[in-house]
Design a protein around this ligand. Structure first.
Ligand code: ME8
Length: 672
């Protein structure tokens, strides 16, 4: 029996049309499900719409529609969006489905019978936007921190779920399972929330105030609180309690949400599940989900996306403009899972041109063109490299390097698998792009065009072309979860039988995906370059000034907000900082702020640097001093002198001060 994987997205409120944020979460879930299928799991992926409650009743009334008619329309928009984004859920749940309603009532009855629901009078701060009572702790200046509105003080008799009976055990579970809520920052947030202490959860609304909800099975005067109703979709979509899907997939459940709905998923839901376990006389572990995966928020050009700001990004418009697959790739590659990200079309175009057109598109057409030119499009036989008697590979240079390359790729595929399993999609894609770039380099170092000129080197050329064709097949498999259509298209052109469940194993082991003799078709242009000038001109014409903004302006904006932008350790790792010793320093004619330095950075030749420190240091003071330099900065010409790096200095109101190590270090020592 293969392992299982069950992934859910939040079920989206039907008070707004789908936007970039909804698209991101649902594409991530689709990618995770596809990846697990590729890795041999039996995967199930569920999404849906959340249709009860105040918010929906109000939105429907504003449009002069009955809530159900209104919900039908918006739910339909979500449902029809997914196939257009190459997203293929296995189940779409609506909370107005009769099956879901039945399950919610059955759960309520069980929890009630187990004495975990009681009736009491309560007064509290109710936020319509959040659809819940906010605690005193949560209010900021008397307002809801998320909606900025003043909650309404409401006092009424309601039913309460004994959530506090379970919060201690929940804390223990979270501490014992550090991967229960991930990434770690959200686990810490939840533990802090639990440490502050919580109250029992109000789970009903009197019908005198709200009728658009699921009636409580034990009191016809009340409907169910929308969160208690909505969270249960994760069970109702598996046909709880008797459906085979529930038995098979619930033990493998993972949820995916953004940080906005952490509390309901990390506190309400697990305590509800513990209560259900108690009601059924089962251990809590039987009912708790495996992981809650939490991602950050997409902002737009550094601002929060909102209707009132008029910056809501519509996924279909982007997919139509740049292609669905490029859109999916961008979202997964750009966002560091867990952190906020800023969306801009400029960034999308930049990634498209650099990663898809230049790296992937070029590699694909370049290898296939050579295969056609030199071998009629047929994947050559490379097994000639095996010595018939010994069964060993012939120790000849290109095959040795081909084998070395294959084993490096197989190792990278393991890394890719780890990153995908832990929801670090941006890192998994970065691993794939390392492979793509290394393959492009392999072409350059082996020069198939030179081998083709010499008939005596025909078998070498075979081995190189064999290797390159296999690499394209491996790459197609690895990108399939994110770009399924592109990957299948690549496979078809290569003459592969298509990308199938379980195929990841072949990329990670020493199995070649393409048999010698496979016939490749003519390659299409995978990702034609986007001409930025044309896009900007078009946007300007359409009066979309924001889109047509020159790049420098965008860069400046980033700089002004850079102080609060977080970067990953990998991004920091791209900056090479080194210790260097100043060998000589002199003024530059006509530039009263600049000094020209010659430094020993532990390299064969001294480096020349230009530093804007002349008003703070005399040249003689610097000679022999150790400094820290940025060693991999692009050279820049300043007053006719080419500077090969930059000297670090602290700048403040007191002036400027060069940064030096606190004790003498060998020149060239890395600074981390
Ligand atoms: O909260 N960036 O529904 P909802 C990233 N019905 N993701 C975003 C986003 C953004 N700017 N905006 C929205 C609800 N999302 C409840 C859920 S589940 C039992 C009930 C995504 O329509 C993200 O997944 O407000 C977020 O958690 C979800 O939409 C909220 O969707």
């Amino acid at each position: 029996m293969s392992e299982r994987f069950y992934i859910t997205t939040p079920i989206y409120y039907v008070n707004a049309e789908p936007h970039l944020g909804h698209a991101y979460t649902t594409i991530v879930a689709d990618v995770a499900a596809r990846f697990h299928r590729l890795a041999g799991y039996e995967a199930r992926f569920q999404t849906g719409t959340d249709e009860h409650g105040d918010k929906i009743a109000q939105a429907a009334a504003a449009q002069g529609l009955a809530p159900k008619a209104y919900a039908d329309r918006i739910s339909g928009l979500f449902r029809s969006l997914w196939p257009q984004l190459n997203v293929a859920p296995d189940r779409f749940v609506r909370t107005t489905d009769p099956g879901h309603i039945k399950v919610v009532q059955a759960v309520l009855q069980k929890v009630y019978d187990a004495d975990d629901i009681y009736f009491a009078k309560y007064g509290g701060h109710y936020c319509v936007g959040c659809e819940r009572f906010l605690t005193e702790h949560e209010l900021v200046g008397g307002c809801c921190p998320d909606h900025g509105t003043t909650p309404i003080f409401q006092e009424e008799e309601n039913y309460f779920f004994r959530m506090t009976a379970y919060t201690g055990r929940l804390q223990e579970h979270i501490r014992a399972h550090p991967e229960f809520i991930r990434p770690e920052r959200y686990q810490n947030e939840v533990l802090a929330m639990l440490d502050q202490g919580l109250e029992d959860l109000c789970i009903s609304r009197p019908k005198s105030r709200l009728i658009w909800g699921i009636e409580l099975p034990f009191d016809a005067d009340y409907v169910t609180y929308v969160w208690f109703d909505a969270l249960i979709n994760y069970l109702s979509g598996l046909d709880w309690p008797d459906g085979p899907a529930f038995r098979e997939f619930w033990p493998a459940a993972q949820h995916l949400i953004a940080k906005d709905i952490l509390k309901p998923h990390a506190v309400f839901w697990p305590t509800m599940l513990m209560s259900l376990a108690k009601a059924e006389g089962r251990p809590a572990e039987d009912y708790l989900y495996q992981h809650l995966n939490v991602h950050g928020y997409w902002n737009v050009d550094q601002a929060k996306m909102s209707k009132s700001l008029g910056n809501v990004v519509r996924p279909l418009e982007l997919a139509a403009k740049y292609g669905v697959e490029a859109f999916r790739y961008f979202l997964l590659r750009e966002m560091t899972f867990g952190l906020d990200s800023s969306f801009s079309e400029e960034a999308l175009i930049e990634r498209y041109n650099a990663d898809l057109a230049n790296d992937l598109g070029n590699l694909f057409s370049r290898v296939l063109n050579m295969l056609h030119k030199y071998r009629g499009g047929v994947v050559p036989e490379a097994e000639a490299a095996v010595n018939k008697e010994s069964g060993q590979y012939e120790p000849n240079a290109p095959w040795e390097t081909c084998l070395g390359f294959f084993s490096w790729v197989w190792q990278q595929a393991h890394l890719y698998q780890q990153e995908m399993e832990s929801f670090q999609f941006h890192r998994a894609l970065s691993v794939v792009w390392d492979i793509i770039r290394a393959t492009n380099k392999f072409v350059v170092t082996h020069e198939p065009w030179t081998l083709a000129k010499d008939p005596a080197r025909a078998t070498e050329l075979d081995k190189v072309l064999f290797t390159l064709s296999q690499l394209l097949a491996d790459i197609a498999v690895l990108i399939w979860p994110v770009m399924p259509e592109t990957a299948q298209g690549m496979a078809a052109v290569l003459g592969m039988r298509g990308i199938e469940p379980g195929m990841l194993e072949m990329v990670m082991s020493s199995t070649h995906l393409l048999p010698a003799g496979a016939q490749a078709a003519e390659p299409p242009a995978l990702f034609p370059r986007i001409d930025t000038a044309k896009v900007q001109a078009k946007a300007a014409k359409a009066g979309q000034k924001a889109e047509a903004r020159p790049k420098e302006a965008a860069v400046n904006d980033e700089q002004t907000s850079a102080s609060d932008e977080q970067i990953s350790i990998e991004e920091f790792g791209r900056v090479q900082l080194k210790v260097a010793t100043v060998l000589a320093a002199e003024r530059i004619d006509g530039a009263d702020r600049l000094l020209k330095l010659s430094v020993d950075a532990g390299e064969p030749q001294p480096r020349t640097l230009v530093a804007g420190v002349a008003q703070h240091y005399a040249p003689e003071e610097l000679k022999g001093r150790q400094v820290v330099i940025v060693a991999n900065l692009k050279p820049a010409k300043l007053r006719g002198v080419t500077s090969q790096g930059m000297v670090l200095a602290a700048v403040g109101e007191q002036g400027l001060c060069i940064v030096s190590p606190s004790k003498e270090m060998p020149p060239g020592s890395k600074v981390r």
